[in-house]
Design a protein around this ligand. Structure first.
Ligand SMILES: *Cc1c(COP(=O)(O)O)cnc(C)c1O
Length: 411
């Protein structure tokens, strides 16, 4: 007999996107001629920057000759990419991160999900509510959360509510936690953590000997000055924080796959004998055993954004989405909806009108203006009463969606 990992059965199931698909399909079959606009997507839609395409074509040609062919690469990534990341994203911004503290991967979802493996099951974790589901679900699978309670929370997790009451900036917990997941700019709320807020978390982590997992997948979408792009902008963060970044939203790599994690050399955890062990070494051991590196061709494509031309093309790509975000923000505000986010992130988080439930607002938007978004409640109990729209659609649909909301949404 093969016993399963029972922790998997504690997961409530990916109800959110399948339920959205079910409701949309039911509506479309009753209204076959209606053109539905999808603003629920969390995936980019515009093509890769030309610099990336050119670099990858060149890398493919290298594979055609024995002299330049590449087989297995270093599991932690090629130096050409690690060096460029260290220079462009950290050193040029006055931050101290070395190339050998950067581990290239096939994306941030995997890194955010796998990182918990190098930590013991006895750690107490803190997670925002609402949240990107990967942080929580991977801890459930590992057996670190206890069982699901009727209020939608797991019994052993410390939840950090993020609502308009605290400007979506989670408060420091009253109790001790060991591992803390923070995401800024945030998916799903589209809001960011200020330097002051981050400083409080870094101070807490240092005082409590905790580790912060800082997901900054959307750092490139920050448009306002003074909003931290990296947690290492905060003094002391090298002693307590691991940072996750990705080329997915920055350069349209969601289908191409490349991300990285930064683990400073001074970061340690404690073993059963009370001795300090560098986390960087554990992660390298994990990756060399379980991961075979990101494709050479893809790493060359990623490297290409680190040039003047590459940076300009990435900027243009992000501006396209952020102009959409502005159109959505302004459109929703004009009809009197309360909106958050969308200034430093491609997500707009809106308060549903008249205290409507998230799913009721989903149906209303679908029925009255034929627009699909994502119910906030799907990201955690504190997302109830909120709704997420994304700026990843094309311009024409985004403009048309706001036109429909202004003329036909009945609020
Ligand atoms: C999209 C996203 C990522 C990046 O995922 P990849 O695996 O790199 O494509 C990470 N964190 C959040 C919150 C995201 O929304």
């Amino acid at each position: 007999m093969a016993y399963i990992n029972d922790n998997y059965q504690k997961l409530p199931g990916s109800y959110l996107f399948s339920e959205i698909a079910r409701r949309v399909a039911a509506f479309q079959s009753k209204n076959p001629s209606v053109k539905i606009i999808r603003l629920g997507i969390g995936d980019v839609t515009q093509p890769l920057p030309k610099v990336c395409i050119d670099a990858m074509k060149h890398a493919v040609d290298e594979m055609a000759s024995a002299k330049t062919f590449r087989g297995y690469g270093p599991e932690q990534g090629y130096d050409f990419l690690r060096d460029k990341i260290a220079e462009y994203n950290y050193k040029r911004r006055g931050l101290n991160v070395e190339a050998d503290e950067i581990f290239i991967s096939d994306g941030s979802k995997c890194d955010c999900g796998n990182i918990q493996e190098i930590f013991g099951l006895n750690n107490k974790i803190a997670i925002a509510d609402p949240v990107y589901p990967v942080y929580l679900d991977t801890n459930v699978m590992a057996g670190r959360t206890g069982d699901l309670k009727t209020d939608g929370h797991f019994e052993d997790v410390v939840y950090l509510p993020c609502t308009s009451d605290n400007d979506f900036s989670p408060s420091i917990p009253a109790e001790h936690v060991d591992l803390i997941y923070l995401c800024s700019p945030n998916n799903p709320t589209g809001t960011t953590l200020s330097k002051d807020a981050l400083k409080k978390w870094v101070d807490y982590a240092k005082a409590n000997d905790s580790i912060i997992f800082y997901d900054s997948a959307y750092a490139a979408y920050i448009t306002e000055d003074g909003v931290p792009k990296s947690i290492y902008e905060i003094d002391g963060a090298r002693d307590c924080a691991i940072e996750f970044r990705s080329f997915s939203k920055t350069a349209g790599f969601t289908g191409t796959r490349c991300g990285y994690v930064v683990i400073p050399r001074e970061l340690t955890g404690v073993n059963k004998n009370g001795e300090r062990v560098p986390l960087k070494n554990l992660w390298l051991r994990r990756q060399t055993t379980k991961f075979n590196g990101t494709a050479y061709i893809v790493q060359r494509g990623a490297e290409a954004i680190y040039s003047d031309e590459g940076q300009a093309q990435v900027k243009e790509l992000i501006s396209y989405y952020m102009d959409n975000a502005k159109i959505i923000r302004e459109g929703l505000s004009e009809v009197g909806l309360q909106v958050y986010g969308g200034v430093n992130a491609p997500y707009i988080w809106l308060k549903t009108p008249n205290e409507m439930k998230s799913w009721d607002f989903f149906d209303k938007l679908l029925n009255e203006v034929n627009i699909v978004g994502t119910p906030g409640a799907g990201f955690g109990p504190c997302g109830e009463g909120y709704f997420r729209l994304t700026s990843f659609g094309n311009r024409e649909n985004t403009v048309e969606a706001m036109k429909r909301i202004k003329s036909n949404l009945n609020i």
